[in-house]
Design a protein around this ligand. Sequence first.
Ligand code: TXA
Ligand code: MG
Length: 319
Amino acid sequence: MVELGQNLDTAARFLAEENVVAIPTETVYGLAGRIDSEKAIRKIFEVKNRPFTDPLIVHVADVPSVETLVTHFPPLARKLMEAFSPGPLTVLLPKSNLVSDLVTNGSPLVAIRIPNHPLTLELLRLVGKPLAAPSANPFGGISPTTAQHVQDGLGLKIPYILDGGACEVGVESTIIQIVGDDQIKVLRQGGIPEEELALFAELVREENPEKPMVPGSMLSHYAPAKPLFLATDSRTESLSPDTTGVLAFDSHLEGIPKANQILLSPSGNLKEAAQNLFQALHRLDSMPVESIVAVRLPEIGLGKAINDRIFRASKKRTV
Ligand code: TXA
Ligand code: MG
């Protein structure tokens, strides 16, 4: 059975043995392996049951550590990383040959971020190598925001979970690419709201949403085991109120027992809502309800990242 703890030496030892370890970050828990170990990288994909076509984010301790992983570090990328790191910002950059094709699925670009969690920052310094880490959930499932979620999802397959408590941000990092010298393309909505990035440079849209730059964004994701419907979906009309769970922002839905409903933030705070999102989905999955109805949040700030997760969760098993 998996061991849980806060022992950095134990975590570093498993990583040195080319094994994988679950690590806390401010966004969600990651499943980490050293980027210099092909064996560990392969094990990450195997444990998650994740296709190799879905590349991994590389985690480093500080901005100088980005240098050796890239062939070019555009000034705007550096400026944004310095402004938002450590924190929930991931930047796609041209990879150096220290990053294997296995990590990027053969892409010349590598996704890099500096996670804002004291235990993981200390672990990165102790290990002295970058760590590749996707979210520590079975592929397509709900992301883990506590060590318990990781244990429930992957506990039999990994040796150690570095327990850093509940994740403070609660949704994954915002993924961006620099276009030209001075534009930012947002490839995944996440913990840094677009509005904050727009203070630094012009934002441009992805031209071809059918074939996204970020392969993972194409798929249904973040899905609970139970069918999840958007509240606007007409199929919700035929659901029985007593066996329907609700995920809502700050107020209850009429006609469904309150005991079946989870409010992400009764005071209407988007930051709190993001923090609670995945925990709420995990709870709805274990409540005595058969299906879940989710109400979209205001499409501003962190609301965009939350709505993106709710939408993708609805893409699975709803037909
Ligand atoms: O907050 C986060 O970003 C968390 C924590 C653990 O750091 N990680 C995370 O990883 O969300 P994951 O694997 O669940 O999602 C990463 C996304 C995937 O959709 C993947 O396709 C995309 O990033 N990605 C990774 N490397 C890429 C690359 N080189 N080019 C394009 N997309 C990439
Ligand atoms: Mg994920």
